[in-house]
Ligand binder design. Sequence first.
Ligand SMILES: [Zn+2]
Length: 175
Amino acid sequence: MLNIIAIKTGMLEENCYIVHKNSKAIIIDPGSEAEKIVNEIEKNKLEVVKILVTHYHFDHIGALNDIKNKYNVAVIDYKSTGNVKFNDFEFKIIKNYGHTVDSVSYYFEKEKIMFSGDFIFRETIGNYDIENEEVMIESLKSFMKLPADIKIYPGHGETTTTDYEFKNNPYLRGI
Ligand SMILES: [Zn+2]
């Protein structure tokens, strides 16, 4: 089982997530307030093994350099593809461009959880420029093909599920 700690950072209340198992931890989107993130790591006696970035908007990476320098670990982002496996972690990188041209989700298939960044939120989606509309629609189409039982941890706001979004997200209607 994966343990997940959500930390709201910055004025935009970006959700930074610490995902940990057997004392090893991944930090997803260190948005800002590095000391808040470090405190959680220390409180739970975790060893940080990797940082994941869902996309490079300032509210998601404000503390990236501080965290990277502190733990001296590699960063995974849109430049990686496919299946990634290290320590007790295994996940798929799903490209869902639209909100930005570097937006990805991290899908832990076995645990049925996904970190969606600003691609999809409860009952809405991330904003996008009109020239990226087609790309966003492609991303939403592939989202619709996911299993219905995935729990989603978005970059802002509360958690949701694929099933709930399939039924209630207005942007998925007619896709
Ligand atoms: Zn964003």
